[in-house]
Each structure stands twice: as structure tokens, then as C-alpha cells.
Design a protein around this ligand. Structure first.
Ligand SMILES: Nc1ncnc2c1ncn2[C@@H]1O[C@H](COP(=O)(O)OP(=O)(O)OP(=O)(O)O)[C@@H](O)[C@H]1O
Ligand SMILES: O=P(O)(O)OC[C@H]1O[C@H](OP(=O)(O)OP(=O)(O)O)[C@H](O)[C@@H]1O
Ligand SMILES: [Mg+2]
Length: 328
């Protein structure tokens, strides 16, 4: 079908739901539920070639891999856990600035001798002769755990697959230690568990993910350009700050700001004063230099909502990969 719509999967519950909806609204892509409150289909206001599917984050990951949805929001942890060949099947288009959480190895606080993965290796190696059973790890991140433990040379353990309340496993005796996701750390603390020093397996964040296995119609490609354009503009708005300063030599100052802080002059030198777009992380260093090094008396910094560019390297790159798959 040349005009089949783009299917966009949006988290319908859980940790990512609220942030995902707010994110689309900020990017000028308002998600509208169709029919009743409980309907699992929706649309994006103003984009007729897009159909929205409301799914859980892990379902989104699987459907992207299977090619039954084109674009979706999900966590990097789920992508790496559930899709072994994700680098070929999926494109992690853009991190979205929310849903930050770490997948970690955690052991009982009472294990005072276990500070790093090498200590855990020692425990694992002795465990069977001491306790006449394998050391056990409760987790739903079975693949991430296996890869990480192998990387640290740990082989003497067994995984106990956990479907919920993983942090309770050591206290209940279901397993000796756990691998789970954490953001504030309060669930680990409440269960008297501590993160092993070098036991952070993955730092996760919500991403916009595209399926390379899906069939992309002409209409779906067109919708993809529009969606990426708006999301890229939102992302640029979030990661840049506008700086204005009254310096004597705006052109000289712009050169230094570009070299040292990665700042750009998107509008040239309007009426001879300096207007920069500076990466948010460099704003304080840049503002400091403008005063001490370039003689500015005032430096004004503002947030930007959205910054549109004439070209979209992200969309071009992604369409290139989609075409490559279609041909190959
Ligand atoms: N503190 C947190 N704990 C768990 N997940 C978090 C946290 N912060 C962000 N996330 C992210 O939320 C996503 C998982 O969402 P959630 O647990 O709500 O859905 P799910 O796992 O698909 O559904 P369910 O838990 O019902 O199986 C993951 O990608 C994860 O990285
Ligand atoms: O570090 P913290 O802020 O304490 O968060 C960690 C907890 O959050 C997640 O569970 P969630 O609340 O998403 O419920 P779930 O297990 O049903 O997915 C995760 O499985 C942890 O239990
Ligand atoms: Mg969950």
C-alpha cells in the first residue's frame, strides 16, 4: 500500500506515559485519543497520515522490532534487553531527556566484603562449595545480566526470572542478589540493598525509536519527515540557550565562543551585537568568558522553545537507512 499511514506507538501506562504525552504536546504533535477513554488508537492533530497505538513500553519495543509499528517511544534498557540485534533492526533516533534510570547489580547491604564486580566474582566462585547451591540473581533483565556477568568473567551463578517486586527477592530468599532498574534508589534502600561499585550495567533514557523492519509507504515517509522535524526542533530548543551580550568586538567574540563553547551565530550579527546559540551545558562558562575575556557588561541568557533548521540531518540519515533496508 503506497499510502498506508505511519503507526506511532505511545506509552499508555507506567513510568513513561505522562512524560511522553507532555513531550509530544511540546513538540507540536498533540496526541488525541479516539473514541472512548479506553480506546487503544489515536491520532496526531493536523497529521492525517499518522495513526497512534497506545501500548506499554515493553510492547512498543517488541512491535518496533517486529515491524508492526514505525515509530515509538521506549526506554533504552528495554531495547537492549529485548532486541538482540537492535542495531540492525532499529534506529535509536534521539534521546528525549526523560525516563532516566540505571540498570544495576545490587546486593544486600550486609555483604560488606562485596564492593565491586571482582568481589562478587570471588563470592560466586566459592558459593557452591560453601552453600552446596548456585549463587542466584533475580531479574527481568536476563540478557543484559548474562552479557554483563560474562564481561566480568562471572560464570558461577543462576538467574531466577522475576516478573515484579525484584528488590524483595533477597529478603524472601528467592535469590541472593538482583539486577534491576533504579532512578531515585529508594526501593533499593527500603530493601536494604546496595549497588555494587562498578555494577551499573546501563544508563537508560527514553528514546524516539524507528523500526527498520517495518514497511514504509510514501505517506509514512512524509509523516516521518514532519514528526522528526518537530521533534528535532523541540530537542534543539531544549539543549540550546540564547545568549545576548554587549561586547566591543562581536565578530571576534563569536569566533572564540564557537571554538571554546561550541556556540553558533544563527542570525549573523544583527546590528552589531552578539547573539549566540550555546549548548546548555556550556552556558555558564561562556557567560563567564564574555564578561572577563570579551568585556561584556551584561550577558542575558534565555531559554528557547523550538529551533527549526532548514535541513534535518536526522531525517535524512534515517530515511537513508530505511531505503538501504528496502533495497538490501
Ligand atoms: N524508576 C524507574 N523504574 C523503572 N523504570 C523506569 C524508571 N524510570 C524510568 N523508567 C523507564 O520506564 C520504562 C518501563 O516502563 P514501565 O515499567 O512503566 O512499563 P513496562 O515495563 O513496559 O510495563 P510493566 O512494568 O507493566 O511490565 C523503562 O524503559 C524504564 O527505563
Ligand atoms: O529507584 P526507584 O525510584 O525506587 O525506582 C525503582 C523501581 O521502579 C520500578 O518499578 P515500577 O514502579 O515502575 O513498577 P513495576 O515494577 O511494576 O514496573 C523498578 O522496577 C523499581 O522497583
Ligand atoms: Mg515497569
Amino acid at each position: 500500500m503506497t499510502d498506508a499511514p505511519l503507526v506511532l506507538a505511545v506509552p499508555s501506562k507506567g513510568r513513561l506515559q505522562e512524560n511522553a504525552n507532555a513531550f509530544f504536546a511540546r513538540a507540536g504533535l498533540p496526541v488525541v485519543q479516539q473514541g472512548s477513554e479506553r480506546s487503544y488508537r489515536g491520532r496526531i492533530g493536523g497529521l492525517p497520515d499518522v495513526e497512534v497505538a497506545f501500548l506499554s513500553a515493553s510492547e512498543i519495543t517488541r512491535e518496533l522490532a517486529a515491524g508492526s509499528v514505525h515509530l515509538g517511544i521506549t526506554g533504552r534498557d528495554l531495547v537492549e534487553e529485548e532486541v538482540s540485534d537492535f542495531a540492525q533492526r532499529l534506529d535509536l533516533v534521539l534521546p528525549l531527556g526523560f525516563g532516566h534510570a540505571d540498570v544495576v547489580v545490587a546486593v544486600p547491604e550486609a555483604w560488606i566484603d562485596v564492593r565491586c564486580m571482582a568481589d562478587l566474582d570471588d563470592v560466586a566462585a566459592d558459593f557452591r562449595s560453601r552453600h552446596s547451591r548456585w549463587l542466584t540473581v533475580a531479574t527481568k533483565y536476563v540478557n543484559l545480566t548474562r552479557r554483563f556477568f560474562t564481561h566480568h568473567g562471572i560464570a558461577d551463578y543462576r538467574i531466577v526470572e522475576s516478573l515484579g517486586a525484584t528488590e524483595g527477592a533477597p529478603a524472601s530468599g528467592a535469590a541472593d542478589l538482583i539486577v534491576d532498574i533504579t532512578s531515585t534508589g529508594s526501593t533499593l534502600a527500603a530493601n536494604a540493598l546496595k549497588i555494587v561499585g562498578d555494577g551499573v550495567i546501563l544508563q537508560s533514557e527514553a528514546h524516539l525509536v524507528a523500526s527498520l523492519s517495518a514497511t514504509w509507504s510514501g505517506a509514512a515517509r512524509g509523516a516521518l519527515r514532519t514528526i522528526i522535524d518537530r521533534i528535532e526542533a523541540e530537542s534543539a530548543g531544549r539543549s540550546l540557550r540564547e545568549i545576548r551580550a554587549d561586547v566591543a568586538d562581536p565578530e571576534g567574540a563569536a569566533k572564540v565562543a564557537a571554538d571554546r563553547f561550541g556556540a553558533t551565530t544563527p542570525f549573523g550579527m544583527p546590528s552589531g551585537h552578539l547573539l549566540l546559540h550555546c549548548p546548555a551545558a556550556k552556558v555558564y562558562a561562556c557567560a563567564e568568558w564574555l564578561r572577563t575575556g570579551a568585556g561584556a557588561r551584561t550577558v542575558a541568557v534565555s531559554r528557547l522553545d523550538t529551533v527549526f533548521s532548514a535541513t534535518s540531518p536526522l531525517a535524512e540519515h534515517l530515511l537513508g537507512r530505511i531505503d538501504g533496508r528496502a533495497r538490501g
